[in-house]
Design a protein around this ligand. Structure first.
Ligand code: OOG
Length: 238
């Protein structure tokens, strides 16, 4: 039988020590349901250290990401307050970070707000390579995230997104890449969270998934993500 706790602890140690590990399924295959139990156990370890759950992230909601990573199913992971990046990110302790442009949602009492965002991914697996159960167990590679100013709901079916590193455009895309419309990703997140017994409550954040492939995140860089009509969000690395 799969030792959920031991596998969660192995990934948690890899995260804290900034050290890549071999794919868990190479040793012992497990299914998607077991992978989510490992993910949940990993979040419980973070909560035991005082971190608070503040939302969810959707993954592989765009073809570009599915192709980049060689998987073909939508997944989700959990966000904690410690993952929120204000304006600077020290890459010390990360393994092989990547960054991608996102649409972010903030759940409200009656409605929601929307912002342009970014996500920093850092797979705990060697060479950033994994199977679907592996990446789910690894909390969908979540490492950090940021968002710009919150805006009222609007048509999100085709928002242009541009990601720049040090003033050079490194990715461009459309929010249409996210399940055809990121609102579908929000609805899927709400459903998954409800089904998992962790319904999204006001104040929760949802990252809808990347609109483009992710790019390696260098140190001493300035990254800016712009979303048409949504302003921008920036992060400086060191
Ligand atoms: C997994 C996370 C994918 C997205 O936006 O599609 C993801 C990974 O690519 O490492 O967050």
């Amino acid at each position: 039988m799969t030792d959920i706790t031991a596998l969660a602890e192995a990934l948690d140690a890899a995260t804290r020590e900034g050290r890549a590990v071999g794919r868990l399924t190479d040793k012992e295959p497990f299914d998607v349901a077991t992978a989510y139990r490992i993910q949940r156990a990993g979040i419980a370890l973070r909560e035991a250290r005082g971190e608070q759950r503040i939302g969810v992230k959707m993954g592989f909601t765009s073809r570009a990401k599915m192709i980049q990573m060689g998987v073909d199913d939508v997944i989700w992971g959990l966000l904690t307050d410690a993952m929120h990046i204000e304006s600077t990110l020290d890459l010390t302790g990360l393994i092989h970070p990547r960054i991608e442009p996102e649409i972010a949602f903030l759940i409200g009492e009656e409605s929601y707000k929307v912002a342009v965002g970014f996500e920093v991914l850092d797979s705990r697996y060697e060479d950033f390579k994994f199977t679907l159960p592996d990446v789910i167990a690894d909390n969908a590679s979540a490492a950090g995230f940021g968002f710009g100013t919150w805006h009222d709901p609007r048509d999100l079916a085709n928002i242009g997104l541009v990601m720049e590193i040090d003033g050079r455009v490194v990715q461009t895309g459309s929010s249409a890449a996210i399940l055809g419309d990121p609102i579908r990703s929000l609805r899927a997140a709400e459903r998954l969270a409800r089904e998992a017994g962790m319904p999204l409550t006001p104040g929760a954040i949802v990252l809808a998934g990347a609109a483009t492939a992710a790019v390696p995140l260098p140190a001493n860089a300035h990254v800016r993500v712009l979303g048409a009509g949504l302003g921008s969000v920036e992060v400086t690395t060191k």
